[in-house]
Write a protein that binds this ligand. Structure first.
Ligand code: 5AD
Ligand code: SF4
Length: 456
């Protein structure tokens, strides 16, 4: 997309001095949020300002997620409600980007049932945004680009939501084809960014005052497998750890099948890497894991956990769990609860299985009722609440280093932040601390956070 600059220039000329307001709403995972920040980068180059209020926007872009049906339904609901906005302001440009656009049934439904949508832009076509907008401004009724470009968009400047926390995509796509998951179909095969580009970007972010760098990829552990041995993920962690400055490195997500001892060594040896690993289990039953094509067993997963906990018994682990995978039996579900109790996760992200057309699991027979699945989900959440409140007690009396995030929405005069272990920490303090590290002595454990006192 080498002609991007000239298209951007042309749009600026057409728009002249009239200021355009854009509203970009991203849904789903952090990679999608990061794409939303790139979309904002391109819009900002075209002279747009941003608003969260759709009624005052001239351009609205819904950056969608397709991982679960509920996410899709929500987008269709929002799109329906936008018909009125378009009637009130016929010049309004409404665009849809993100994973939903790569699913033919969803793209078709958008085109047919929501004629007020002006354009659709695929996940690998973000860099075509200026061209799509130009088409819309020049009168095209429905512009669309869902092509698979190389990831030119990796170099697009991001307009970041935060001035101290930055996400940095290190790779795109996924090769794993877990049978429930739509991602490999909508995001394509794995492509790793060049190590130097990542290292330079992180160095610049740190120089600009960023305190938390979140490395993103669907499976960061396989970073570099397409780079001909140039660099692996543990090597990349070491390179980033060597950058001067006071900052913390996080990463997401790690596939358990690729969580090697080399990775665990790097986590423990790199002082800037957080003492936390998000290791999606999905199910604690080896038979379900096989049906999910996860390529590890429950035993193998526990070996990895043991390897980590032998080095640090308090190391923080979080996970993703799917409840009600096709024909999950009660015994298979209980195997998941058993692993949760054994591992003592600090937090879990749990989802009821959602059928995604085009995936292998969508073809599987499923005799488990929705009612039973909801019942299992309630039980799982209750078990985790108990684990968290017990497990968080280990921090009482300790001093935690916290990156202060925001003022607390729950308690006036209090601030909230995250410790290296990714635990929410609440304490009394001045908002001027937001964006810096604070030392907090923990006095109380709840089931969603810990509380403490600021050490001055
Ligand atoms: N149904 C429910 N949860 C899903 N996830 C991915 N696909 C599905 C699906 N079809 C969950 C997995 C993954 C997380 C990002 O979303 O737990 O780790
Ligand atoms: Fe989906 Fe599995 Fe790839 Fe994660 S590793 S994005 S769950 S296919």
């Amino acid at each position: 997309m080498n002609d991007n600059n000239s298209v951007t220039k042309k749009i600026c000329e057409i728009l002249g001095n009239t200021s355009r307001k854009a509203c970009v709403r991203s849904f789903g995972c952090q990679l999608n949020v990061s794409d939303g920040e790139k979309i904002k980068g391109l819009l900002s180059d075209m002279g747009c300002d941003f608003t969260d209020d759709e009624t005052e926007a001239d351009i609205i872009i819904l950056n969608t997620c397709a991982v679960r049906e509920s996410a899709e339904d929500r987008i269709f609901g929002i799109l329906g409600s936008m018909k009125k906005l378009k009637e009130l302001k016929p010049s309004l440009i409404i665009g849809v980007s993100g994973c939903m656009t790569a699913q033919s049934h969803a793209a078709e439904k958008i085109r047919k049932s929501y004629p007020h949508v002006s354009f659709v832009m695929g996940t690998s076509a973000i860099s075509s945004l200026p061209k799509l907008l130009l088409d819309c401004i020049q009168g095209t009724k429905f512009a669309s680009d869902i092509s698979e470009y190389d990831d030119f968009s990796a170099t697009v400047r991001q307009v970041r939501e935060s001035s101290f926390k930055a996400s940095v995509p290190i790779m795109f796509g996924c090769n794993n084809f877990c049978t429930y998951c739509i991602v490999p179909y909508v995001r394509g095969r794995e492509r790793s960014r060049q190590p130097d580009d990542i290292i330079n970007e992180v160095r610049e972010l740190v120089q600009n005052g960023y305190k938390e760098i979140m490395l993103l990829g669907q499976n960061v552990n396989s970073y570099g497998s397409d780079l001909g041995g140039k660099m692996s993920f543990p090597q990349l962690l070491r390179e980033l750890d060597a950058i001067d400055g006071d900052f913390i490195i996080r990463f997401m997500s790690s596939h358990p099948k690729d969580a090697t001892t080399e990775l665990i060594d790097a986590i423990f040896e790199c002082g800037k890497v957080a003492k936390h690993l998000h290791l999606p289990l999905q199910s604690g039953s080896s038979s379900v894991l096989e049906r999910m094509n996860r390529r590890y067993t429950a035993e193998k997963y526990l070996e990895t956990v043991d390897c980590i906990r032998q080095r640090d018994p308090d190391f923080s682990l979080t996970t993703d769990i799917i409840v009600g995978f096709p024909n999950e039996t009660d015994g298979e579900f209980r195997a998941t609860l058993d692993i949760m109790k054994r591992v003592e996760y600090d937090n879990i992200y749990s989802f009821i299985y959602s059928k995604r057309s085009g995936t292998k699991a969508a073809e599987m027979e499923d005799m488990t009722s929705e009612e039973e699945k909801s019942c299992r989900m309630r039980e799982l959440l209750a078990v985790q609440r108990e684990i968290s409140s017990e497990h968080y007690k280990r921090f009482i009396g300790r001093t935690m280093r916290v990156l202060v995030d925001d003022v607390s929405k729950k308690r006036e005069g209090f601030l909230t932040g995250k410790s290296s272990e990714f635990i929410i920490v609440e304490f009394e303090g001045e908002p001027s601390l937001i964006g810096s590290f604070a030392q907090v002595k923990i006095t109380e454990a709840m089931n969603w956070a810990v509380r403490g006192e600021l050490i001055k």
